[in-house]
Ligand binder design. Structure first.
Ligand code: GLN
Length: 305
């Protein structure tokens, strides 16, 4: 499998030169477009790595399924479902509802910014520091990596410039969908997006979702198997934002992208895949990352359809 991954990564390397960095978060403009890495962890115990698989980048929106998981673990499915919907929006991740209609929970889902900000409000903890520490612990546990940390400079960069997210949070507040203070909730959201991970970490996290809550190589269960169904279903329909339909046709597995350049793919019962290449398309998805997944899907028959 490793030879195949290395070969496909080299075939896709030319695509790393297309696309753009997510410069709207100034610190992300410092990424190196030439970095390209991938890691696969499979249920038969094998793993494969290629390129810069240990290179760290910020998790960005790939934290959204982890926020959703923690919200589910803290509140149960019924409460989470009543607060934020599960339908694809077909709109960009930071779309703002500008119609005269009231914002309703079914207008958003946990994979777009508004839904993820609403998830931050649902996470339990003594205060917002404690809530972030609980999220960081869960991320470390899912990735089997106790060394995962916050990238302070990306966090500060996002907090200083994240006015669109402020607007989204105030919309939520206006329509009664945030009970806590906007800046507290946003601070958790910005920190969550600034957690530093590698492709290897993403493969491990994706693996637990593919394995319905159990860590690779052990019988340790981190979350209820029903939450994996919930999260994976939403990843399938909304994980690549308004590119989710195209991704379903080309790759056909639940996945989540982030503007840091990462993609986490979940192949139910079979494998977790993590990829990093920071050149993004106009929807904020890694171009070389999707290309590599498309090729892997064809060669390993990964599509669930
Ligand atoms: N932190 C980013 C934002 O809120 C996450 C977006 C993304 O990765 N698509 O804009």
């Amino acid at each position: 499998m490793e030879e195949l991954l290395e070969q496909l990564l080299e075939e896709c390397r030319p695509y790393t030169r297309s696309g753009r960095l997510a410069a709207y978060i100034p610190e992300l403009a410092n990424a190196d477009m030439g970095d390209f890495g991938a890691y696969i962890l499979s249920s038969d115990g094998r793993s494969a790595c290629a390129g810069d698989y240990n290179k760290c980048f910020t998790i960005q929106s790939i934290v959204k399924p982890i926020l959703l998981l923690l919200a589910l673990m803290d509140n149960g499915e019924e409460v989470v479902r009543s607060k934020v919907g599960v339908e694809a929006t077909g709109k960009p991740f930071d779309a703002i509802n500008v119609s005269d209609q009231a914002l309703l929970s079914e207008h958003i889902n946990p994979m777009v910014n508004m839904g993820a900000i609403a998830m931050c409000n649902l996470i339990k903890g003594d205060d917002y520091n404690d809530k972030f520490n609980r999220l960081l612990s869960l991320t470390r546990e899912l990735a089997c990596n106790p060394n995962i940390e916050l990238n302070e400079s990306v966090y500060r960069s996002e907090k200083m410039t994240g006015n669109k997210n402020r607007a989204l949070a105030f919309m939520l507040k206006t329509y009664g969908m945030l009970t806590d203070e906007v800046e507290d909730v946003l601070d958790l959201y910005f920190k969550a997006c600034s957690i530093s991970v590698s492709s290897k970490d993403l493969a491990h996290i994706g693996f637990v979702l593919s394995n319905r809550g159990k860590v690779a190589g052990t019988y340790k269960r981190i979350f209820n198997h029903e939450y994996a169904h919930y999260v994976n279903a939403i990843l399938m329909t909304c994980g690549m934002y308004d590119g989710s339909g195209d991704f379903a046709v080309r790759v056909g597995v639940p996945a989540k992208s982030g503007v840091g350049g990462g993609i986490m793919a979940v192949v139910p019962t079979r494998m977790g895949i993590g990829i990093y290449s920071p050149g993004l398309d106009d929807k904020g998805n890694s171009i070389a990352g999707i290309k590599l997944l498309e090729k892997l899907s064809k060669r390993l028959y990964l599509s669930i359809f």
